[in-house]
Ligand binder design. Structure first.
Ligand SMILES: Cc1cc2nc3c(=O)[nH]c(=O)nc-3n(C[C@H](O)[C@H](O)[C@H](O)COP(=O)(O)O)c2cc1C
Ligand SMILES: [Fe+2]
Ligand SMILES: [Fe+2]
Length: 387
C-alpha cells in the first residue's frame, strides 16, 4: 500500500488466521499495519502480531533501504501490534521507544527486558521532529485501550489512527470498506463511543489527507465519508432505517414465526423498509451485533430455555449490553412449552441499556405457531412500520 514517497508501508497480511482475538470469525484473514517514515531520523510506526513478526521484520528491512530506525513509535500496546517490539529492539539496540506515560507503565507487562533507558515519553500534544516530518501525538484513551494514542504527521498530512478506522480482512482496496469496518467497530470499540467522539472532536481542526490505521486499507479517498460514518457509529445513531430480526430457536417453531414476521413486514411495507432476519444459531453473532447497531429497530425472538432464554440469544444480548447498545426500538417474541421465560430474561439482560423503547406487547408462542400468533405477528409488523 502507498502512503507517500517518504512514508512506507511495512505491514503484514495474515491470510491463515480464521479467528481474531479468539472470537471474531475471519473470512479473509487480518492485516497488521506498520509504517516507516524515512527522514533525517527514521521512525517505525508500530509492530505486528507474533504470528507475523518474521515477515514484518523483512518488510521493515526492505523499506529501510539499509538505514537504521532511530525511533519505534508505540501507538497501542495490544499484542497484535506489540509482538515485534523486542525483536526490533534486539536488531537495533540504540533505537528509542516513543510512547506516553501509560504506554511505559504497561510495557513491562508485555516485555520482561528492562528497556527504560530507551524511553522517549510524549504527552498529549507532544511533538517529535524527524527532520522534514513532524509528528504530533494525541492521547486517545479507551479507543479502545487506555494507553492508545494517535499521531499526526504534518508535512504529508497523515493521521496514524491506531485501531480507529481499522477493519477485519486483508483487502487493501476500500470497496465495501464499511461492511467489515462496522463489524470491527461495534464489536471491538463499540462500548467506547464517547471516547471516539472526543477523539473525532480533537481531530476536526487537522488537515488530514491520509489515514493510516493499524488494520485494513490506508484511506486516502472519501475521508469525509469515513469520518462521517465513524461519527454516526460512535454517537450510537442508527446508520440505516430498517428492522433487524434476531432469532434463536431450538426446534424451529420460533424461526418459522420469524420468517412469517419478515414476510408480513415486506408485504405491509411493499418492500420500502429494509428487513434483515438472522438465525443466531447458525450465523456469526458478531455480524448480528453489527446489524443490531446498524438499524433503528430490532425484534428479539427466542425459545425459552431452563427458566431463561436459549443461549445463542443470551450470548448475543450480553455482547450488545456490554457494547453499550442503546437508543433503539425493540420488540420481543418468546416461545415456551410449559413456562415461557425468554421474554423476562431478554428484558432483564437489556435492562442496563439506555433509551430503549419497547414496541407492542410481548408475544408468547406456546410451541406451535397458531393462527392467533400469526394475527399478533401481523399486528406487531404494523406497529414496527408505524414508528
Ligand atoms: C433444554 C431445554 C430447556 C427448555 N426449557 C424451557 C423452559 O424453561 N420453559 C419453557 O416453557 N420451555 C422450555 N423448553 C421448551 C422450549 O422452549 C420449546 O421447545 C420452544 O420454545 C419451542 O420453540 P422452538 O421450536 O422455536 O424451539 C426447553 C427446551 C429444551 C430443549
Ligand atoms: Fe486493539
Ligand atoms: Fe488491533
Amino acid at each position: 500500500m502507498f502512503v507517500s514517497d517518504t512514508i512506507k508501508y511495512a505491514g503484514t497480511a495474515d491470510e491463515e488466521l480464521t479467528l481474531f482475538e479468539s472470537q471474531y470469525v475471519l473470512e479473509e484473514g487480518m492485516l497488521y499495519n506498520s509504517y516507516v517514515i524515512l527522514d533525517e531520523k527514521v521512525a517505525v510506526m508500530d509492530t505486528c502480531d507474533q504470528r507475523m513478526t518474521e515477515q514484518w521484520l523483512e518488510n521493515v528491512d526492505r523499506v529501510l533501504e539499509g538505514r537504521k530506525p532511530d525511533y519505534l513509535v508505540i501507538h497501542h500496546l495490544e499484542p497484535d501490534h506489540s509482538a515485534g517490539i523486542l525483536k526490533l529492539h534486539e536488531k537495533y539496540p540504540d533505537m528509542k521507544l516513543v510512547g506516553n506515560a501509560l504506554t511505559f507503565r504497561m510495557l513491562p507487562q508485555f516485555i520482561e527486558e528492562d528497556l527504560s533507558s530507551l524511553y522517549v515519553e510524549v504527552d498529549d500534544g507532544g511533538e517529535l521532529s524527524l527532520g522534514g516530518h513532524n509528528l504530533t501525538f494525541f492521547k486517545a484513551p479507551m479507543v479502545h485501550w487506555p494507553e492508545v494514542m494517535v499521531s499526526y504527521e504534518s508535512s504529508d498530512k497523515v493521521l496514524f489512527s491506531a485501531d480507529a478506522f481499522g477493519k477485519f480482512g486483508t483487502a487493501t482496496d476500500t470497496e465495501d470498506w464499511a461492511c467489515e469496518a462496522r463489524r470491527y467497530y461495534f464489536n471491538i470499540v463499540g462500548k467506547y463511543g464517547q471516547n471516539v467522539q472526543m477523539l473525532l472532536g480533537r481531530l476536526k481542526d487537522l488537515d488530514v489527507k491520509v489515514i493510516c490505521p493499524l488494520h485494513g486499507p490506508v484511506l486516502s479517498d472519501r475521508l469525509d465519508y469515513y469520518v462521517g460514518i465513524y461519527n454516526t457509529w460512535s454517537s450510537y445513531e442508527p446508520e440505516d432505517k430498517g428492522i433487524f430480526i434476531a432469532c434463536s430457536s431450538i426446534h424451529g417453531n420460533t424461526l418459522q414465526a420469524a420468517k412469517y414476521l419478515e414476510e408480513k413486514l415486506n408485504e405491509l411495507s411493499g418492500g420500502s423498509v429494509k428487513v434483515v432476519l438472522t438465525d443466531l444459531c447458525r450465523s456469526d453473532w458478531a455480524e448480528a451485533v453489527e446489524d443490531a447497531f446498524r438499524y433503528d429497530r430490532m425484534v428479539l425472538m427466542s425459545s425459552s430455555y431452563n427458566t431463561g432464554v436459549f443461549p445463542p440469544m443470551e450470548n448475543f444480548l450480553h455482547h450488545l449490553a456490554g457494547d453499550n447498545y442503546c437508543r433503539r426500538k425493540l420488540a420481543v417474541v418468546e416461545n415456551g412449552t410449559w413456562a415461557p421465560s425468554a421474554a423476562r430474561t431478554i428484558k432483564s439482560i437489556m435492562e442496563p441499556c439506555r433509551d430503549i423503547t419497547w414496541i407492542g406487547d410481548v408475544i408468547t408462542i406456546r410451541t406451535r405457531v397458531t393462527d392467533e400468533n400469526r394475527a399478533q405477528l401481523t399486528e406487531l409488523a404494523r406497529k414496527l412500520l408505524e414508528v
